[in-house]
Ligand binder design. Structure first.
Ligand SMILES: [Zn+2]
Length: 201
């Protein structure tokens, strides 16, 4: 989304109505500075004020996000483009989450291994040895559980049989056989079992 184009559009529609930045800000219960930020392309109106802003300016949300008036013929196309852009933003977020899964997973395993090695080879009291190993296991189980939670909620799993994409329940992901992120699960749509791949699209 082009913030500057959106900002110019807001400013232009506001002026058409003979409103000052201060008057528009007052109607929306935001500061004048906020309106100025939108109009100079330094920020996008929050989703909470978007409907009210569009109503005051007599434009649709779609038009505002396009930064221009949209004729009814091209309306569906433009709406789709905006939707795709929002989807892309989600996709990027999901990808970042999934790389975090790696980091957390690897850290958990490294932590477990190093503490186990320390407990096994360093001379210490037996109770301390047992405590260290239990502690290492507990921490890495929490870490891996957290990494798995990220995998569950970021993106989708795609059914191999029918192509359906879905977000499974944590339990389902937890108990599924897997190679990396590809898990053997039952599809909620076709009810068949197959290897479901992780995808962010
Ligand atoms: Zn399926």
């Amino acid at each position: 989304m082009e913030l500057l184009k959106i900002g110019t559009f807001i400013s232009q529609e506001r002026k058409k109505l003979g409103l000052t930045q201060a008057a528009l800000a007052e109607k929306l219960f935001v500061s004048e500075k906020t309106v100025s930020k939108w109009e100079t392309g330094k920020g996008l109106p929050d989703t909470s004020v978007l409907p009210a802003l569009c109503e005051i300016l007599h434009v649709t949300v779609n038009e505002l996000l396009c930064g221009e008036r949209v004729s009814s013929e091209e309306y569906a196309d433009k709406a789709e483009i905006n939707l795709l852009q929002l989807q892309k933003t989600k996709e990027e977020g999901d990808k970042a989450l999934l790389s975090m899964e790696w980091v957390i997973g690897i850290l958990s395993v490294v932590f477990l291994l190093s503490l186990t090695v320390i407990a096994a080879y360093l001379s210490m009291e037996t109770w301390l040895r047992i405590f260290l190993i239990c502690f290492a296991f507990a921490v890495s189980i929490v870490g891996i559980g957290f990494a798995l939670k990220i995998e569950q909620i970021a993106g989708y799993y795609a059914c191999k049989k029918c192509g359906h994409k879905y977000v499974p329940k944590y339990n389902q992901v937890f108990w599924a056989m897997h190679f990396g992120r590809t898990r053997y699960m039952k599809c909620p749509r076709c009810n068949r079992w197959s290897w479901h791949k992780k995808t962010t699209r």
